[in-house]
Design a protein around this ligand. Structure first.
Ligand SMILES: [Zn+2]
Ligand SMILES: [Zn+2]
Length: 116
């Protein structure tokens, strides 16, 4: 323990802060954008894009074999895309390799006026 210098401790603190900021930023961003969307009367789920990105493959349409069994790399959740490679990835069965679904909220509101 006596080998740890003050600058190393400071570096550790900065690293932890940056990690926390990286995790918190998307949540804050999604909160702001969702409140903006509702104020603009846009769909708060897809932002009137009518599509929702597949959570399983994160919109890429392909998943790593390990991901199917819930054994995805936790670092991949923190830094999506950083560890991605096409090697060994297979088509996502959750979305049919499209990477997105039609927005259920928009689908519901558009079909509610029709017979179906
Ligand atoms: Zn998918
Ligand atoms: Zn929508």
């Amino acid at each position: 323990m006596e080998n740890i210098t003050a600058s190393e401790i400071a570096g550790l603190g900065v690293g932890t802060f940056l990690l926390c900021a990286t995790i918190a930023a998307p949540k804050v961003d999604s909160f702001i954008s969702s409140s903006q969307r509702s104020s603009l009367k846009m769909c708060n789920r897809c932002g009137d894009v009518k599509l929702i990105a597949c959570k399983k493959c994160k919109g890429s349409g392909a998943v790593k074999p390990g991901g199917l069994f819930g054994l995805s790399n936790p670092m991949e959740d923190l830094f999506p895309g950083r560890f991605e490679s096409n090697e060994g990835s297979i088509s996502c069965v959750n979305c049919g390799a499209k990477g997105h679904f039609p927005c259920p909220q928009c689908y519901q509101s558009s079909s509610s006026s029709s017979e179906q």
